[in-house]
Design a protein around this ligand. Structure first.
Ligand code: CUA
Length: 359
């Protein structure tokens, strides 16, 4: 701004005091803002507590560092900018300042080692084997669905949704049938990749009843965004009922909420199965009767018109048998033949056949 040349550079002590003042105020505001924001969904596991605390500590430690660096950068750009007539000046030669260099190496080193140690202790804590008997659930990722396997009396039972009894420690064994996926229930906080050919484990103790989203957190193909599910944390009694249903094969694989009538295995409602969060049909397909507008898979109003029930049945249990023109293979989960009960598939086939006939 000043027209006259100003070879006098600003006085060091005054500027440092001003910078410290600005830095402290901005850092305090930043920390206050950082702690006010709700970064995570409600926590529903024992592991979430230490993880959330770790996050807050990292936030408190990193905001002052960020503010310090930015204050110095902004201040330097403003105060030491080139003025008219200084175009050819090279600035004064600067020699190293040993004391300063030791300080700015030692402080970050101490900070980093401290935070890493703390993070490591938290990791140890959340991965510790519980004293109580833990439950094992095998989680299998596959383009683009999760399947959960429960073992009882030496037999494995597959379920399309995750059910867990509250306050019972569970150890997941995560596997993949094809590509990298990542099994994540944000409310539990912990997540790990599902890697083909490898068993990956983590532990969680659900502490709050409710239904929480399951998310695939590794880009795994066209259907990645719909590779979702529900984790239901429920009472021991409700979980036992779920297991009984699973064992008897009459389990209501269509999620329970919209389809209703779990356990009985009576008349399954095709439309409810289509729209349920278990099958997720509606998120990929368009079907006017169900109000579905998905575009990842074929428009069923058109694709199923005039097709036989046999065709529809095969398309559900073996999606690659007839791949619609213009759509890639291997996008629809091939697991429905396993995770839906025969009666449910029949109901779904009949429903799809009925609503695509007319027109
Ligand atoms: Cu599986 Cu993304």
């Amino acid at each position: 701004m000043s027209v006259q040349q100003d070879p006098e550079r600003p006085q060091a002590t005054v500027n440092v005091r001003l910078m410290v003042l600005v830095g402290v105020v901005v850092a305090a505001l930043g920390i206050a803002a950082g702690l006010t924001i709700h970064w995570f969904p409600p926590s529903a596991s024992k592991q979430a507590g230490p993880i959330d605390t770790l996050w807050k500590v990292l936030l408190i430690a990193s905001i002052p560092v960020f503010v310090l660096v930015e204050t110095v950068v902004v201040f330097s750009v403003w105060k030491f900018r080139m003025r008219p007539g200084e175009e050819l000046l090279d600035g004064p030669p600067i020699h190293g300042n040993t004391r300063l260099e030791i300080v700015w190496t030692a402080i970050p080193a101490i900070l980093l080692v401290g935070l890493c140690t703390y993070a490591f202790l938290v990791l140890e804590d959340i991965e510790k084997a519980p004293a109580a008997q833990e439950m094992n659930v095998r989680v299998v990722g596959q383009q683009f669905a999760w399947t959960f396997y429960y073992t009882q009396n030496g037999k494995e039972y597959a379920a399309p949704q995750l059910h867990l009894p509250v306050n019972v420690p569970v150890r997941f064994t995560i596997q993949s049938k094809d590509v990298l996926h990542d099994f994540w229930v944000p409310a539990f906080r912990v997540k790990k990749d599902a890697v083909p050919g490898i068993n990956v484990n983590y532990r969680v103790t659900p502490t709050r009843q409710g239904t929480y989203p399951i998310v695939c957190a590794e880009l795994c193909g066209l259907g990645h965004s719909v590779m979702r599910g529900d984790a239901t944390v429920e009472t021991r009694a409700a979980f036992d009922k779920f297991m009984t249903g699973l064992r008897s094969g009459a389990n209501n694989a269509a999620g329970g909420q919209p389809a209703g009538g779990g356990g009985g295995g009576g008349t399954a409602n095709g439309k409810a199965i289509f729209t349920s969060s278990t099958t997720n049909c509606a998120s990929c397909h368009t079907l006017s009767d169900a109000g579905a507008t998905g575009t990842i898979g074929p428009d069923l109003d058109k694709a199923l018109k005039g097709k036989s029930q046999q065709f529809i049945h095969t398309s559900i249990v073996d999606p690659n048998a007839f791949v619609a023109k213009g759509y890639p293979a291997n996008v629809m989960p091939p697991t429905f033949g396993k995770t839906l009960q025969p009666a449910q598939i029949d109901a779904l086939v009949k429903y799809l056949s009925d609503v695509t006939k007319g027109g």
